[in-house]
Design a protein around this ligand. Sequence first.
Ligand SMILES: Cc1ncc(COP(=O)(O)O)c(C=O)c1O
Length: 334
Amino acid sequence: MTTIARPEIISQIGNTPLVELDSFAAGRVKFFAKLEWHNPFGSVKDRAAYWMVKEAEKKGMLKRDKSIIIEPTSGNTGIALAGISKALGYKVEIVIPDKVSDETKKILRRLGAAVHETSDDLCPRVGAGTDQSIALAKAISKPRPDIYYMPNQYENDANFLAHYESTGPEIWKQTDGELTHFLTGCGTGGTITGIGTFLKEKNEKIKIVAIQAQKNHLLQGMRNFEESAMPELFLRRQKVVDEWLTATNEDSFRLVKELAVKERLLVGPSSGSVMASMVKVAENLERGNLVGIFADDGTKFKSLYDQQGVFTDTEYYDALKNAKNLSEPAYAFV
Ligand SMILES: Cc1ncc(COP(=O)(O)O)c(C=O)c1O
């Protein structure tokens, strides 16, 4: 039996560390990052995936060794669903855009997922237009409801609840309620609406800042809301957002590099977007405690960072060797 095929691994989802980014501090403005790659399958999406599976189990929609979970995703939800399903005894099929990094596809296959690739944008579109990933997942699953279950993170409230019930309360506790701003990149909107709603209930003065990707972006996990409609899940609670920022590829990659050099953190592209946005928000502040979600680490993105000239080979391996706070994801043991 592999290390991963144990239901206990599920109990390691959540309770990720919050670290202060000292090198970015400016006077009375402090920066904190929630390191979501400490989840067992390596990203913030472990939470949404687990909450959706838990909800389906509660409703009696899943049968061990029989059910197939199928989901369109830009990567991390797929990895999380594949890992969780392996631990709990379900089969998985993942529909992803072919532009997703090779490392991501390799991890999915290693976890035993059947992978269907489409020529969608990096983040599967919802609504009208090219929504091949979502359409394909629906086409495969609809005729066989006895076998297939599609969680549909773009509409499923369990995605919101995961963050309302776990990530939000963790951040509140880890900051002793002293945060002034919360920032995250957005895909389905589960992270921002779940954490944002919880934090606003605790203190309505906390500013909730949503980050979208530029058009035609390379920021896996994020979305541009002009290119692609806002998912139903996000529409339900979008009012929780106080401010919108758009992250460029260039700024995001620059901050990926800066975080490696100044903080010894090897982060994924969207964490670069969050850091760039935190710095931008801080320019207008005299004091504040800014908290950002660092959704995944940089280990799935060597090929992208190579292609974009973010790191030379030597710089990347040095960053990997020197990285503090990397955590070995469970798929490393499969
Ligand atoms: C890699 C990655 N996955 C997921 C998310 C969050 O997405 P969602 O809005 O679907 O909760 C982000 C947001 O930054 C991300 O960068």
